[in-house]
Design a protein around this ligand. Structure first.
Ligand SMILES: Cc1cc2nc3c(=O)[nH]c(=O)nc-3n(C[C@H](O)[C@H](O)[C@H](O)COP(=O)(O)O)c2cc1C
Length: 179
């Protein structure tokens, strides 16, 4: 693909948090590329610590994964987003985002893009015990009130037949309205 062709595609930020299911995030990236998105990945610092194959994901997107803030004066490495998908989203990141905390690049990006009116879809991966915490319920309500779109709850544990249910990666793309 030429640079010009790549530049014409809409740009999707995929924000990856430190949940076990992140090991499969390449499924989301491939599905997004099939729907003609250009993809850049922003991972939380915790997610960079062995939760997914960072080299394979960087190769798949053709761009370095972003996790740390750029230095002052450095150019922005990614174009502005046309949409953002947070998948998987952790209990920690959902609560901090809703509270307006911006102490990781991922959180700062989420706080800012919500304010810009960019479509954001979230696929939480949060165990039922954590999801029962009142702060989490308040966070979901607050983020929904900001226009953030959520996929179905996913607890990460084994379901029927002791099998882990499918994580609906493609649903995130439906929620940001392309394809
Ligand atoms: C193997 C492993 C799997 C984890 N899976 C989840 C998960 O599915 N959901 C979740 O909310 N936290 C999970 N955690 C805990 C998070 O990694 C932890 O809360 C971390 O601080 C989240 O950081 P982040 O939100 O900045 O990515 C897991 C931790 C480990 C070690």
């Amino acid at each position: 693909m030429t640079e010009q062709a790549a530049a014409q595609k809409p740009f999707l930020y995929v924000v990856v948090c430190a949940a076990g299911i992140a090991a499969d995030v390449s499924k989301l990236i491939t599905a997004a590329q099939e729907r003609d998105w250009e993809v850049g990945v922003i991972a939380t610092p915790a997610a960079m610590n062995g939760f997914f194959d960072t080299a394979a994901v960087a190769a798949l997107t053709g761009r370095p994964i972003r996790s740390a803030w750029r230095a002052p004066g450095e150019p922005r490495p990614f174009p502005p987003p046309d949409a953002v998908v947070v998948a998987p989203a952790t209990f920690n990141t959902v609560n901090k985002w809703a509270a307006g905390v911006a102490d990781t690049l991922a959180l700062g990006t989420l706080c800012e893009t919500a304010g810009l009116g960019v479509p954001i879809a979230v696929l939480p991966c949060v165990a039922d015990a954590l999801a029962a915490h009142p702060a989490y319920r308040d966070s979901l309500e607050r983020l929904r009130g900001m226009g953030v779109r959520f996929g179905a709850p996913y607890a990460g544990g084994p379901g029927e037949n002791d099998r882990r249910p499918e994580f609906g990666w493609g649903r995130a793309l439906d929620l940001v309205g392309r394809g």
